[in-house]
Write a protein that binds this ligand. Structure first.
Ligand code: FRU
Length: 425
């Protein structure tokens, strides 16, 4: 780091990232298409669980609930981000999911809605849901735009009877956070790829009881500050942002300096979230092979960092940050990982992305004939991956079925792993 760009934020550095490599501890087994998708009429991708205020998974009359970005399954998968619609699904056993429907009827902010998080407050009337999401694109614009704001919808309630679970509005939508241009890059400051300001993640800190939102952002790197040894790397400026609610009110947040950033290293630190185990803070993000700065070799993968407290000096897990990636011969088979605590292990869900496909760039997918693009897209939940964790080291210890999301009180099968089938043999 050169003079002129002072830094206090814990950093994922090029030296860390130079150590990235696939090995037996971090490569998931090959994924084969399941007999059925979660919903045959839908493609789904980024997914999150309805959680209680303390981060545990909500269980309402015996059902757990997930939310996912969805698009019609007859639409080309590459077009899905432009029409993303959030739907909910529920399950009594964590294996079989019923489609609940669209979460919002109208009044949503943005041209489309991207990832977020949802918090359940059982004390509100009928059980209230606080729904944080990314309002993507400018309301009312004719063209598709890429503006991103963090939005909150309140007022939704959960209703159950013997046969179904329903989440009803009316919802009240508002923008709660936009980038300040100082800690967090605004769209007009972006120098390379499109900026990011998205993926809000509600988080209550178990140590202090304080209320926060994490989100994906970028650190402004003005031209000429010499932040990186090579000016080209300066466009790779991803950060994990955080906002604080001084009163604990889950509707009012103020920006705070980022928890971590990756200036000179990586442009997109997506869907940040935390798991705290025995006072140790594990901070996870997803990132892509193509968002690493030139000279670094990363992967579409789950990356993680560890610290002793929320604002600690985060160090990459395993020395470099890589926790879970796809096999070399199926490098895009899953993405958008979400980690939750299951006592002895961490469980990781993600979506089944492009398979049977191993070219170096995802952009190449659009060059395939449309029917091939359709055939090679999973569009459903991937097998859940089980990860063992020991301090700062992690290791894959097994998998569960596609979309199997057990609650903590539900036992997992005996752990197994013989290393077979990692390469799809
Ligand atoms: C990750 C992601 C999120 C965003 C969504 C848009 O897969 O890029 O950051 O909210 O996809 O579809």
């Amino acid at each position: 780091m050169s003079e002129g760009f002072t830094r206090e934020t814990p950093a994922w550095t090029r030296a860390h990232a130079e150590g990235l490599h696939r090995d037996d501890s971090n490569v998931a087994p090959i994924i084969y298409p399941p007999d059925e998708r979660l919903d045959e009429d839908l493609h789904i991708w980024d997914t999150w669980l309805l959680r209680n205020r303390d981060g545990s998974i909500a269980e309402i009359d015996g059902r757990r609930v997930i939310f996912a970005l969805t698009s019609p399954s007859d639409l080309l998968p590459g077009k899905r981000h432009d029409v993303a619609t959030i739907r909910y699904f529920y399950s009594t056993d964590g294996e079989n999911w019923t489609t609940g429907g669209r979460i919002f009827d109208d009044g949503t902010l943005g041209q489309r809605q991207w990832a977020g998080s949802a918090m359940y407050d059982p004390d509100g009337d009928d059980g209230e849901v606080y729904f944080y999401y990314t309002a993507a694109g400018e309301d009312g614009a004719d063209e598709l735009t890429y503006t991103q704001r963090i939005a909150l919808a309140t007022g939704g309630t959960v209703h159950t009877d013997d046969s179904e679970l329903r989440i009803d509005g009316p919802w009240d939508h508002r923008v709660i956070l936009t980038p300040d241009g100082d800690w967090y890059e605004r769209e007009d400051q972006s120098r390379g790829m499109i900026y990011t300001f998205r993926d809000p993640w509600f988080y209550e800190d178990p140590q202090s009881g304080e209320t926060y939102l994490l989100f994906e952002a970028n650190t402004p790197v003005p031209e000429g500050t010499g932040a990186c040894d090579d000016p080209v790397w300066e466009e790779f400026n991803g950060s994990i942002g955080i906002a604080h609610s001084p009163t604990g009110d889950p509707t009012e947040f103020e920006l705070r300096p980022p928890l971590l950033d990756a200036v000179c290293v990586n442009q997109e630190l997506e869907r940040p979230h935390l798991v705290v185990r025995d006072g140790t803070y594990y901070l996870f993000i997803s990132s892509h092979v193509h968002t690493f700065a030139p000279g670094l070799e990363g992967y579409d993968a789950l990356y993680g960092f560890v610290a002793d407290d929320l604002r600690g000096d985060y160090e990459p897990l395993n020395g470099h940050g890589l926790v879970l990636t796809n096999p070399e011969n199926a490098p895009f088979q899953s993405y958008s990982w979400l980690v939750y605590d299951h006592g002895d292990e961490l469980l990781v869900t993600s979506f089944f992305n492009y398979f049977d496909y191993n070219r170096p760039s995802l952009d190449d997918v659009s060059l395939l004939p449309p029917e091939e693009q359709m055939r090679r897209f999973g569009g459903t939940l991937a097998p859940t991956v089980r990860i063992g964790v020991d301090g700062t080291e992690t290791d894959i210890v097994g998998t569960l079925d596609h979309g199997h999301l057990p609650l903590r009180r539900e036992a997992l099968p005996e752990s197994w792993w013989d290393g077979a089938a990692r390469d799809g043999d």
